[in-house]
Design a protein around this ligand. Structure first.
Ligand code: AHR
Length: 648
């Protein structure tokens, strides 16, 4: 009898052993914490022509002739055929003390069928689309009052096709603004075009600023490119971290992001050199960042300059730092103050009377690079000043768990730390399962303010990255997937996270960093596989974390539940070259709807998307049947799968 019982137990054990196989278990009987409602957001700075030549819809490159003091780069003279003209930079004849240069055009001979004037090549071309209205705005004056007719046009690079044209007259010796609307007809889209201004008579004209905008998002003046904004809206971001990144710090104290110089009319903005090797117009300035948040229905996470710049200079804590602390307090007042405050009134004057909601302020960026080790003291000075005026604000330190404990801020308890993870796909696979598991839950909250998986054998800052395509491939997206799953499992502590960089202009010379989430040229844009992985995660999220466990599988994942509807959202990442059939057990869920929604991102791991092939790796939604609290599901090779299980 005993023998029989032993045999039966053994057989049962073997059956369960054979039946087990790869298993992924979700414990729906309890919640492991609340999912941060702000978990998914965006990080942005001027890098890779993110704004100028990117989101900021201005089409004229070097619109104020300040990009190079020696020559009018991106501009050329038109003096074909019988026409004769010359151009030169002329700082002695500038529009004001902000636009400190001008372009002088001298036409000595105008000819009926030949152009005498100037042309701008745009940001790697001027995008021409059918039935489109463009607004040109030109600050100009002439040597003497002039009856000449000025023609502004969008013209093909070879000069043969005029896509849109308009005219103005009335040039005088005083600076004036001229506005012209240009409309295209039924043309085929192209970016092989230039913006051209010609004169019909000899004369000398100075240009202080030449601007051209296509239709913008919500038709806002000085606004954003529509296609890129739509791609951001589709990510459902809850916050926007700006303005950096390195961009907030600048190479030097003088070239930091000095917010006061980025507000007001665009002709009052001088612009500044960015640390990424090109000059910023500051056309996308502080108020535009805030409007951008408003458009996305996302909250600003405002990074303030904190007295450290990239080439190593730091401002001593104490009296030397005081002006910078004041600058930050005034910036916060500009964002949040009502119109009775000095800077709230300035914001109203700039066109936005209503204050913006602000909950998080970050003090600097990656201050572990500061060799003087002054961050603790600098942080404390900012922290005390901000907290005494705005006790409700959460203050973020830029040094956290990814850096040695000795470098952390100790003199104050930051509300949150910003931790950056640029890691190889393999590194993410190894660190993800245990990530944050043992972090101190009573310590500061965590903001993973920059992260990305790279699929190369070298890191993003290696020179060899320049030879790689800007968008990461599917393999990198799988690395992103496991890290996002890890952050989601720990999102009681990881309150916010954002991939970086967000944008890249894919033209030669447009990029300083890879991998990047969204690529574009003048005419088109595409999401990388990482973009779609992020979208799958950010758009499918519950509010309760459910504990998960797995056995006999390389698959990693996470699960959340929507407490309102009872829906369980499972995210699974299969790194393997083979399909994986998983036994999925939902413990503590009595019944589940027979059909579920599945969203799958899969393909050849070396494949990616590009301008010419934007849809190679994209998520595919399907409906699947056979769902029970205990069911089998086959994940395709190299895939990320979101399964949405409805309660019944
Ligand atoms: O995202 C690119 C750069 O990486 C950021 O500007 C900086 O913060 C980080 O080192």
């Amino acid at each position: 009898m005993k023998k029989l019982a032993a045999l039966l137990i053994c057989a049962a054990a073997m059956a369960s052993c054979f039946a087990a196989g790869p298993t992924f278990t979700v414990d729906a009987s309890r919640s492991a914490g609340k999912v941060s409602p702000k978990l998914y957001g965006l990080m942005t700075e001027e890098i890779n022509h993110s704004y100028d030549g990117g989101l900021y819809a201005e089409l004229i490159q070097n619109r104020a002739f300040l990009d190079d003091t020696a020559m009018p780069i991106h501009w050329s003279v038109l003096n074909d055929g019988d026409a004769a003209a010359t151009i030169a930079l002329d700082p002695t004849n500038s529009f004001n003390d902000k636009l400190t240069n001008s372009l002088r055009l001298t036409v000595t001979k105008a000819a009926k069928h030949h152009s005498a004037g100037i042309a701008n090549s745009g940001y790697w071309g001027i995008p021409v689309r059918p039935k489109q209205s463009y607004r040109a705005s030109i600050l100009a004056r002439a040597e003497s009052n002039c009856s000449c007719l000025v023609t502004v046009s969008i013209v093909s690079d070879d000069g043969r096709t005029v896509y849109a044209t308009g005219k103005f007259s009335g040039l005088t010796t005083d600076w004036k603004r001229f506005e012209v609307t240009l409309k295209t007809g039924r043309v085929a889209p192209t970016a092989k075009a230039r913006f051209v201004i010609t004169l019909d008579q000899p004369g000398t004209v100075w240009f202080g600023m030449v601007s051209l905008f296509p239709p913008t998002w919500n038709d806002q003046p000085n606004g954003f490119r529509r296609d890129l904004m739509q791609m951001l809206v589709d990510l459902n971001p809850k916050f926007l971290r700006f303005p950096g990144g390195n961009y907030v710090e600048g190479d030097t104290v003088e070239t930091r992001f000095e917010w006061k110089k980025t507000i007001g009319p665009i002709e009052e903005r001088h612009g500044h050199p960015s640390p990424w090797g090109y000059r910023s117009t500051d056309g996308l300035g502080l108020l535009e960042f805030l409007a951008w948040c408003e458009d996305l229905k996302a909250e600003p996470v405002l990074a303030v300059y904190a007295g450290y710049s990239l080439k190593g200079a730091h401002v001593n804590p104490g009296p030397d730092l005081e002006p910078f602390v004041r600058e930050a307090l005034e910036e916060i007042e500009y964002v949040t103050g009502d119109v009775s405050t000095t800077w709230g009134a300035q914001r109203a004057k700039d066109g936005h009377p209503a204050p913006f909601k602000l909950t998080h302020v970050e003090i600097g960026n990656e201050d572990w690079f500061d060799k003087s080790k002054s961050y603790d003291e600098r942080f404390a000075q900012f922290y005390d000043a901000i907290k005494s005026r705005y006790p409700q604000l959460k203050i973020i330190s830029t040094i956290g768990n990814d850096q040695p404990e000795s470098s952390h801020v100790h003199s104050r308890k930051p509300d949150m730390t910003d931790e950056h993870y640029y890691r190889s796909v393999d590194t993410f696979w190894h660190l993800a399962p245990e990530y944050a598991r043992n972090y101190d839950r009573t310590g500061p909250e965590i903001f993973v303010g920059e992260w990305a998986a790279y699929e190369t054998s070298f890191p993003p800052w290696d020179k060899r990255s320049e030879q790689e395509p800007p968008a990461p491939d599917l393999r990198a997206a799988l690395g992103d997937g496991v890290f996002m799953a890890a952050m989601e499992r720990n999102s009681d502590l990881i309150q916010m996270q954002c991939y970086a960089p967000l944008f890249v202009n894919v033209n030669p010379g447009g990029r300083q960093w890879r991998p990047d989430m969204i690529g574009y040229d003048a005419l088109s844009a595409y999401g990388s596989p990482s973009y779609y992985a992020f979208q799958m995660f950010s758009r499918n999220l519950g509010d309760e974390i459910l504990p998960t466990a797995s056995t006999q599988t390389a698959v990693q994942g996470c699960a959340t539940r929507d407490s309102q509807t009872g829906e369980i959202i499972l995210k699974l990442v299969n790194p393997q070259a083979a399909a994986e059939t998983l036994k999925i057990e939902i413990k503590g869920m009595a019944s589940v709807a027979f059909k579920a929604r599945a969203i799958t991102l899969a393909g050849n791991p070396d494949d990616s998307n590009s301008i010419t092939q934007p849809g190679r790796i994209v998520p595919v939604p399907t409906t699947v049947g056979g769902i029970k609290p205990d069911f089998s599901y086959t994940l395709p090779p190299h895939s990320i799968v979101v399964l949405k299980l409805k309660a019944r």
